[in-house]
Design a protein around this ligand. Structure first.
Ligand code: A3P
Length: 272
């Protein structure tokens, strides 16, 4: 509510939007590396020493703090807010939005692991069945997963020059292509010189799961360490695979999630 009331978007802003556990950290790293590429090289990028969540702050968490200072040079800001809850100024400024989503079963499994890792050690982990039941009923922090995805999907169809809709799975299978798509969409396409120097390839390597998850800052560092929201950076890096749900869900669970996906997405053109 605070961000809805007070956030003043500029037309040059780029909002990175996602439901939790759908590739936010990766999208932050990629877009940060793309927009700052002329200021840093492979050895000086802040991504080597700072978790991507500190490079690109969250609108509804970081930007509402009184002490928050936004870098005037960085147009990026992230949010997990559903499309219909975005601050009005994001709509009225017509700034760009990049949305990333993920196959629902993988998003759920990633979320379940994340919640278990964040829970205090003395607390029992929420059983998978219970967590899935809540996910399917739409009881989650940023609202029902399918509705979150669908509303951004519709916005991207209505206004493709303003809303870029990405899928984690597509980003995994053709990362280089989507790095170029992102650069074009954000208004900073790679020049011919950059193409021949393989700049997009270097960004892909810097932001890969292997590189980021093995950096000291992301293995042992903490994020928002002086606040009640202090979080270990390594919780944002688990496996980074497509299809990990196969290792966790029973046939019955798969059927339940797939049925909702089919029911919610049929006729929308959105498929996983
Ligand atoms: P898994 O739990 O399936 O491994 P978010 O950033 O929205 O919190 O999403 C976290 C998910 O993205 C986790 O998925 C995490 O491992 C994966 N991830 C983090 N960094 C990544 C990267 N650079 N490339 C691919 N996947 C990444």
């Amino acid at each position: 509510m605070k961000s809805q009331r007070h956030f003043q978007a500029q037309s040059s802003d780029i909002i990175l939007s996602s439901a939790p556990k759908t590739g936010t950290t990766w999208l932050k790293a990629l877009t940060f590396a793309i927009v700052t590429r002329r200021h840093f090289d492979g050895s000086t990028s802040p991504l080597l020493t700072t978790v991507p969540h500190e490079c690109v702050p969250f609108l509804e968490v970081d930007a509402v703090e009184d002490s928050f200072h936004r870098s005037p040079k960085l147009p990026l800001l992230a949010t997990h807010l559903p499309y219909t809850s975005l601050p009005n100024s994001i709509m009225s400024s017509h700034c760009k939005i990049v949305y990333i989503c993920r196959e629902p079963k993988d998003a759920f499994i990633s979320l379940w692991h994340f919640i278990c890792k964040l829970a205090p050690q003395e607390e029992e982990h929420v059983p998978l069945e219970e967590a899935l039941d809540m996910f399917c009923k739409g009881i989650s922090q940023y609202g029902p997963y399918w509705d979150h995805v669908l509303r951004y999907w519709k916005a991207s169809l209505e206004c493709p020059e303003r809303v870029l809709f990405l899928k984690y799975e597509d980003l995994k299978s053709d990362t280089l292509h989507y790095i170029k798509t992102l650069a074009n969409f954000m208004g900073c396409p790679f020049s011919l010189d950059e193409e021949s120097e393989g700049v997009a390839q270097k960004i892909m390597n810097l932001c890969s799961f292997e590189t980021l998850s093995n950096l000291k800052v992301n293995k042992t560092g903490m994020h928002r360490s002086t606040t009640p929201l202090a979080t270990k950076n390594d919780v944002y890096f688990r496996k980074g695979n497509v299809g990990d749900w196969k290792n966790h869900l029973t046939d019955e669970m798969v059927q339940r999630v797939d049925q909702i996906t089919e029911q919610k997405f049929s006729g929308t053109g959105l498929m996983f």
